[in-house]
Design a protein around this ligand. Structure first.
Ligand SMILES: [Zn+2]
Length: 394
C-alpha cells in the first residue's frame, strides 16, 4: 500500500472502531515507507501517531473508541508551531437569543456550568468574571484575545468560554499567579474549534502564544441520532476538552525560553529535542533551564542516575510515535499536568475541563513517580512567577 491508498483508508475510518481494526490499520500504516522529509512524510507520521494514540486509548479503556479523522485539507495543520489559519468570528454569544432557542431544541446544554459541581469543584467565580462573556474573560485574565473556528455554535462557544473561565481561574489560584500573569500580560490567545473538524488534539503555537482547543466531532443529524443521544457526551469526551493545563505548560516553558532565558528552540526545556542524557552543568544551575533539566532528568532516570526510570522504559516501548512522547517540551507539559492535578487534589479541587486524561497508555508519570519532581515543579513556578511581565513585542 502507498500513502495515497493509506490516506483514503484513514479518512474513511471515522466512527466506532475496535482494537483489532485500529491495530490492522496501524500495521498497514507502518508498512508504508516514509517518503523523504517533505509534507508527505509529515502526513504519514501524523496518521501513524493518531492511530497509535487511538490504539493506546482503546487498550487503556478496553472500550470501543470513536476515531476522529481530520479532513484532508487540514493535513497542513499537523504540527504545533504552525499558524492557526483562518478564523471567522460570527458575533458574540448572546444567551437567550433565537439562535440559542434553536440550539436548545437541538440539544442545547450548558455542560460546563459554574453553578454545578459535576465537572468542577472549587470556589465560586468572582462576580466580575462572567463565564458567558468573552470580553469579561479577556479583561479579567489580560488575554490577547479569544478566537473561534468556523463550526462553533453559540452553544459550544458558551460552553468553551465557561470552561475556560473556570479553568483559568483555577490555574490562577493553584499556581498563585495574579490575573495579569495568567494571560501573560496580553500575550496569550485562546482559540476554540479551529478549522471545524478536529484532530483529537489541542495545541500551542510558540509564535503567537495561542492555545488552541479543538471542537468535538460533529454529531449525527437530528433524525439519525440514537434515542439516548446526549450532546454533553460529545462536548465533554471529544475534542480538546481536558487539554488546557497541558497547553498552558507549553506556554510557560516557551515564555521561559523566549523572554527570560533565551533558548534557540524557544523552549527552556529544549523544545522538540529528544536529548535524554542530562547535561551535568545545567543540572547544577539555579536557572529556569537548570530546574527544567532536573525535572526531565528525574523523569527519565532512576535515583542513582544510572538506569532508565520505569517511566522512560514505558515510553521506549510505545510502538510508533514514541519520539513525540520523548520530546523534552512534551515531557515537561505532561509533568506539569500531573503536578497541577496533584495540587488540585491537595486543595480539594477538581476541574474536568482543564485537565482530564482521556487516555494514558503509561505516557504519564504515576502519582508515585511524580513525587520526585514535585519540589522541582514548585521551584519552577516560584522562579518563573515574578519574571512574567509585560513584554514589548512578541
Ligand atoms: Zn504537548
Amino acid at each position: 500500500m502507498n500513502l495515497k491508498e493509506l490516506e483514503k483508508k484513514y479518512l474513511g475510518f471515522s466512527g466506532q472502531r475496535s482494537i483489532a481494526q485500529v491495530k490492522n490499520l496501524l500495521a498497514e500504516a507502518n508498512n508504508v515507507p516514509i517518503p523523504g522529509n517533505g509534507p508527505d512524510a509529515k502526513k504519514l507520521i501524523y496518521i501513524r501517531r493518531q492511530l497509535t494514540r487511538v490504539l493506546l486509548a482503546l487498550i487503556n479503556s478496553r472500550q470501543q473508541a470513536i476515531i476522529v479523522v481530520i479532513e484532508e485539507d487540514n493535513f497542513d495543520f499537523l504540527e504545533d508551531d504552525k499558524s492557526l489559519g483562518k478564523f471567522s468570528d460570527k458575533g458574540k454569544p448572546a444567551p437567550g437569543s433565537k439562535q440559542d432557542k434553536y440550539w436548545e431544541r437541538q440539544g442545547y446544554t450548558l455542560v460546563f456550568d459554574p453553578e454545578s459541581t459535576t465537572y468542577r469543584k472549587g470556589p465560586k467565580l468572582p462576580a466580575n468574571l462572567k463565564f458567558n462573556s468573552e470580553q469579561s474573560i479577556i479583561e479579567y485574565f489580560h488575554l490577547a484575545g479569544v478566537e473561534y473556528g468556523n463550526w462553533l455554535s453559540q452553544n459550544d462557544r458558551i460552553n468553551y468560554l465557561a470552561g475556560a473561565a473556570m479553568g483559568l481561574f483555577d490555574m490562577m489560584q493553584i499556581l498563585g499567579f495574579n490575573a495579569q500573569q495568567v494571560g501573560m500580560y496580553e500575550l496569550i490567545t485562546l482559540a476554540f474549534g479551529a478549522r471545524g473538524s478536529g484532530s483529537a488534539v489541542a495545541h500551542f503555537e510558540r509564535d503567537s502564544f495561542a492555545i488552541n482547543i479543538t471542537r468535538y466531532d460533529r454529531p449525527p443529524a437530528v433524525n439519525k441520532r440514537p434515542k439516548d443521544f446526549d450532546r454533553k457526551n460529545y462536548l465533554k469526551s471529544l475534542g480538546g476538552v481536558g487539554a488546557l493545563v497541558h497547553e498552558y505548560g507549553h506556554a510557560l516553558d516557551c515564555y521561559a525560553g523566549r523572554f527570560i532565558e533565551k533558548d534557540k528552540s524557544y523552549y527552556a526545556s529544549g523544545g522538540r529535542s529528544l536529548r535524554a542524557t542530562p547535561d551535568k552543568k545545567l543540572l547544577k544551575q539555579k536557572s529556569l533551564h537548570g530546574v527544567l533539566e532536573r525535572i526531565i532528568a528525574k523523569m527519565l532516570w532512576d535515583s542513582s542516575g544510572k538506569n532508565k526510570s520505569a517511566f522512560h522504559e514505558r515510553l521506549l516501548k510505545i510502538p510508533v510515535g514514541q519520539d513525540y512522547y520523548l520530546r523534552r517540551n512534551e515531557l515537561f507539559a505532561r509533568a506539569f499536568e500531573v503536578y497541577f492535578q496533584f495540587k488540585m487534589k491537595k486543595a480539594g479541587r477538581y476541574n474536568y475541563f482543564i485537565h482530564e486524561k482521556k487516555y494514558d497508555g503509561g505516557v504519564y508519570l504515576t502519582e508515585k513517580e511524580a513525587q520526585r519532581i514535585l519540589p522541582d515543579m514548585d521551584e519552577f513556578i516560584r522562579m518563573i512567577k515574578p519574571k512574567i511581565k509585560k513584554v514589548s513585542s512578541k
